[in-house]
Design a binder for this molecule. Sequence first.
Ligand SMILES: Cc1cc2nc3c(=O)[nH]c(=O)nc-3n(C[C@H](O)[C@H](O)[C@H](O)COP(=O)(O)O)c2cc1C
Length: 225
Amino acid sequence: MTTLLRIDASAQLEDRSLTRMLTTLFISEFLAANPDANVITRDIGRAPVPAIDHRFIHAAFTPLDARDDWMAERLALSDRLIDEVEAADIIVLGAPMYNYGMPAALKGWIDHIARIGRTFSFDLARGDVPIQPILKGKKLVVLSSRGEFGFDAGEPRAHMNALDPAIAACAHYLGVDAAEIETIAIEYQEFKDARHDRSVIAAKEATRDLAVRFGQGTEQNFLEE
Ligand SMILES: Cc1cc2nc3c(=O)[nH]c(=O)nc-3n(C[C@H](O)[C@H](O)[C@H](O)COP(=O)(O)O)c2cc1C
């Protein structure tokens, strides 16, 4: 059975959020194509995880067998969030652009996922590449929205796009290769004009197509892996 992990990072709720509209659409189309799929939902926009602090870092970098009780308690939420990623075959991420980068809620979630011994190992014997991911074989669907436009390679605001490169850089903590990231983005939200309307229509169509393709293809893909 395929497991989807749905993450919503928008601070806006369903009535105002375009990324939530796309994540809802992806999940419903996927389930229509693949009714047996399991969906785990983690709404970090509505209920952001707390920022990591010195106690979290101290606990995370203390070996498992040397941890005091308070350390296990401090890492409990991070363990739960990582369990959800581990269980997923496909991660469906609603990721709005905020101030040209990630919403703080998304960065906070990633800070809880990037954990030595759980999602990466670190060994200086590997020379200049000491970090190695532990999870693998997952797909990431990024469903985004932006108020402005032109953030893709070769476009006028490509140099201001601190969202997509940051997600790609951290994807290995999620068990996702860069080649396994699919990104669909609505643009022009702040202009509220015909270009925005066209962008919404195109993003909905692309989301639907991707969900159907993944929904029909996943059982086969995952059986082959
Ligand atoms: C706090 C905040 C910061 C934003 N910063 C940017 C930005 O830097 N660039 C941009 O193009 N749009 C920006 N926007 C517009 C959002 O990307 C756009 O409204 C998008 O639809 C938000 O996703 P949502 O509809 O799922 O909430 C910002 C919106 C908010 C609320």
